[in-house]
Design a protein. Structure first.
Length: 177
């Protein structure tokens, strides 16, 4: 029994505080409900709305064209930068998703991988492509990007700028017109 006693206080400490310690070391950034987000691997910065109700992010692509490349599904689409320049992209389709919106018909949208940068957080996430031209923000950032990294203060907007450094590559690429 003597060898077990010195362990007991440490065990009690770990049981009481072990779950608290990880949260102390990983501090979350507080951001506003709207922020600047960069499509990192292409260095395209857009105004974005944070949406904790959406699982994944969504990018405005009023026109898109699905096609086959090496027996895989790909999509060609355009993104308008904040300065008005239109960039043409091609990306491999990861999957198709059916999105239901209140009061509207369900839409089937292509989903691609993109690397997004918000503040100093860089993540490769799934992004669905949709016509968001009737909305104020060309990109909606969902929980798959926000989770474990951010706290959203709905009384603030544009509190940070993207500064992520080097970017990992994705299948998405800008193509010449």
């Amino acid at each position: 029994m003597r060898t077990i006693r010195p362990v007991m206080p440490w065990l009690a400490f770990l049981l009481c505080f072990g779950t608290v310690l990880p949260s102390l070391s990983a501090e979350k950034q507080t951001i506003g409900w709207a922020e600047q987000v960069t499509i990192a691997d292409q260095e395209v910065t857009l105004s974005a709305k944070m949406d904790t109700g959406a699982t994944h992010s969504s990018l405005n692509t009023p026109e898109l064209h699905l096609f086959k490349k090496n027996d895989e599904s790909w999509v060609k689409f355009a993104v308008a930068r904040q300065d008005g320049q239109i960039l043409q992209f091609e990306a491999r389709v990861v999957r198709m998703v059916k999105i239901k919106q209140k009061g509207e018909r369900a839409q089937v949208r292509p989903v691609i991988h993109m690397v997004l940068c918000l503040g100093n957080v860089l993540k490769k996430v799934e992004v669905n492509l949709a016509d968001r031209s009737k909305f104020d923000f060309p990109i909606l950032v969902g929980r798959s990007f926000l989770q474990d990294e951010f706290i959203i203060d709905v009384s603030k907007k544009f509190t940070t700028t993207p500064h992520c450094g080097t970017f990992p590559e994705t299948d998405a690429m800008i193509v010449p017109k």
